[in-house]
Design a protein around this ligand. Structure first.
Ligand SMILES: [Ca+2]
Length: 483
């Protein structure tokens, strides 16, 4: 009798155990989604994208289990608009969110140094836009945002855009410093980072001197992963690295100082150390997911929000996107082509290279398709899930568009279109058109506008039609401009 009971109890235990695995286990539950944005990370900045000075063993480890996109684009060449495109699946021009928040409304003031007055744009993502977080919240996800926000002020913060929880958000585009307590004067004003500096009683943490922001954000992320238990988690981890200010840990800077040599593409040891800080922390997250046996049930996207910053910080060029031309702010490839890694466990990619062009407007519909969420709201993005699942290899004739009617040290106001291997740029002040074949000329050195007039006209017409469709705002002549 005793044995019979014991066997029955054991059988019941097994049944309960397997039922619970089935209920919360690897295959049948909604996957966790970890959406990592590394601010300003350039196309050539990672080991798996050919970086030489920089070292990214952990991201490379993730890449070996993921899809690696070689033609992935930010929808804008600067921060806020791309972030808005990720959250909504819409083009920045359609949202009229084409420049970063701080510059909206300020840049267009009559300025005798600029030939044009740039359009008034929005600086906050409107609350009535449906965000990815809102979709996932409805699906039963615990939704959390950690890090740089930059798509709205306090009245447009993550908590009001579908996130249950938000840590270290800031409406600003960069922290004043990467070292605790993350506050001070920088970029012409007093700044601080979200709620990280002090405890709930307003006291500074006594054990955080010397702490680096990216380490802190990751500790918060790891805690959230642990706390989520078996509830599906959408973690929007938007690191402040590797945006200016260019600051890193001394020991890491020394490491890359020693490695630096004139024949390398990258020459900034502090920036290399900032990339390392991201990589070390991606390693911590991967280790935690492995330890909790969650990596096989976690979709991970890792990308940038615009091309690498090629201008100087304290007299040193920050990064170099070679072989791509130019950098952040520009609509040449260096300003918009970004590293993108997609870990989708069910597809077992194992480092597969994906050459089809995608844009940051595509993540919203892709994630919805993976999770079987039907939403017929109009957006611009297109899911790339089927493309990955069916192993499609044709470049297709889908057009991608950009519209940046603003200035940056790398550019004057400009729009662009890419279809297949062809790309056209239209400079808005003088109407100059440039046409490149990216397959033959990745570095955009040879303008084919005179030898391919029909292709030029076709793309230009298509670009103009699109601008009309999205009601793209444009520049006007500046009466105060002095040559
Ligand atoms: Ca950025």
């Amino acid at each position: 009798m005793f044995y019979q009971n014991a066997i029955l109890r054991y059988a019941f235990f097994l049944l309960a155990f397997y039922s619970s695995v089935n209920a919360v286990g690897q295959k049948n539950s909604s996957p966790n989604i970890l959406f990592i944005v590394v601010d300003d990370l350039g196309w050539s900045d990672l080991g798996c994208y050919g970086a030489d000075l920089h070292e990214t063993p952990n991201i490379d480890r993730l890449a070996r289990q993921s899809f690696i996109f070689t033609n992935s684009y930010a929808a804008a060449p600067v921060c806020s608009p791309t972030r808005a495109s990720i959250l909504t699946g819409k083009y920045p021009a359609r949202l009229n969110f084409t420049i970063w928040s701080e510059a909206a409304g300020h840049e267009r003031r009559a300025n005798p140094t600029t030939r044009s007055i740039t359009p008034q744009t929005i600086e906050n993502l409107p609350l009535n836009e449906i965000t990815l977080a809102e979709e996932l919240q409805k699906k039963g996800y615990h939704t959390a945002h950690i890090g740089k926000w930059h798509v709205g002020d306090l009245m447009h913060f993550p908590e009001l855009q579908g996130f249950d929880l938000s840590v270290a958000a800031s409406q600003r585009g960069a922290p004043p410093t990467y070292f605790y307590p993350y506050k001070g004067f920088a970029f012409g004003e007093d700044r601080f980072v979200g709620n990280l500096g002090q405890d709930d009683h307003g006291h500074y943490f006594s054990d955080r001197d010397g702490e680096y922001l990216t380490d802190r954000l990751t500790s918060e992320a790891v805690k959230m992963i642990e706390d989520a238990g078996n509830k599906p988690l959408f973690l929007n981890l938007w690191y402040y690295n590797v945006h200016t200010p260019i600051e890193a840990k001394e020991a890491d800077i020394k490491l890359f100082s020693a490695k630096k040599s004139p024949d390398l593409n990258h020459q900034n040891e502090t920036y290399a150390a900032m990339v390392k800080a991201v990589d070390d922390n991606i390693g911590r997250i991967l280790d935690k997911l492995e330890q909790l046996d969650k990596l096989n049930n976690t979709i991970i996207f890792l990308l940038s929000d615009n091309g690498g910053f090629v201008n100087n910080y304290r007299d040193n060029q920050v990064t170099n996107n070679a072989p791509l031309r130019s950098g952040k702010g520009s609509l040449y490839e260096g300003g918009i082509r970004i590293p993108t890694i997609a870990h989708i466990p069910q597809l077992k990619a194992e480092g597969k290279i994906v050459e089809q062009p995608i844009s940051t407007i595509d993540f919203f519909p892709t994630i919805l398709e993976i999770l079987d969420i039907n939403d017929s709201s109009p957006i611009d993005g297109k899911s790339f899930f089927s493309l990955l699942k069916n192993d499609e290899s044709s470049p297709g004739d889908r057009a991608l568009y950009w519209h940046y009617p603003h200035y940056y040290p790398t550019t004057t106001p400009v729009s662009a279109i890419r279809v297949g291997d062809w790309k056209l740029l239209e400079y808005l002040e003088d109407g100059k058109i440039e046409l490149y074949n990216l397959k033959e000329d990745l570095s955009e050195t040879t303008n084919l506008v005179d030898t391919h007039p029909l292709k030029k006209q076709e793309l230009l017409d298509q670009l103009h039609q699109w601008k009309q469709n999205v009601n793209a705002q444009t520049i006007s002549p500046n009466p105060d401009f002095k040559e």
